[in-house]
Design a protein around this ligand. Structure first.
Ligand code: HEC
Length: 144
């Protein structure tokens, strides 16, 4: 607990250098979020979505031609500054916890079933906190 608080106190508002986030209009939460300077949480989400897409492709790939398993790193996105800080309610953190548990399971057993359970966690949070990227997230479902 104390360690977590120390980290939180050190990560004050950052003046992140402008990063180009153009071309993401259909993936952000709302039109107002198409700012070129992506918030750290949005950047973490992009990495999570890329990672999930790579893992999905791996899971559905033919066993005989299967490449090496893609990276599957835990992304503590809930500790990152979001575009809109009003998302940081208790329910959001509970959903984040459930997501990380599902993410861990996929790492242990990368089955289609575990993967779809993970995507269900993405969807559950996005339905209440960020509906914009739902179309892209729905496409991740393998349908096991
Ligand atoms: C506990 C809630 C929660 C979970 C779980 C979650 N998201 Fe998000 N996601 C958010 C919030 C909030 C934002 C807005 C972040 C911001 O703009 O700072 C976001 C943003 C995004 C974005 C848009 C990023 C951008 O470019 O602005 C994508 C894409 C995304 N999430 C995909 C996913 C995928 C894929 C998963 C599951 C693998 C997932 N999310 C799981 C809450 C969640």
């Amino acid at each position: 607990m104390v360690g977590g608080l120390v980290v939180a106190c050190q990560s004050g508002p950052q003046d992140v250098a402008s990063k180009n986030g153009a071309g993401l209009a259909d993936t952000t939460c709302s039109p107002g979020m198409e700012e070129p300077k992506a918030a750290p949480m949005a950047a973490a989400m992009r990495a999570m979505a890329d990672q999930a897409e790579a893992m999905r492709a791996w899971i559905v790939s033919d066993l005989s031609t299967r490449p090496a398993r893609p990276a599957w790193a835990k992304m503590p996105f809930e500790a990152q500054r979001p575009t809109d800080t009003t998302v940081l309610v208790e329910e959001f953190f509970e959903k984040a916890k459930a997501y990380h548990e599902a993410h861990r399971l996929v790492g242990e057993q990368p089955t289609a079933q575990n993967f779809d359970a993970l995507v269900a966690r993405c969807i559950a949070c996005h339905q209440s906190h960020c509906p914009g990227p739902l179309k892209r997230i729905n496409r991740l479902m393998i349908g096991s």
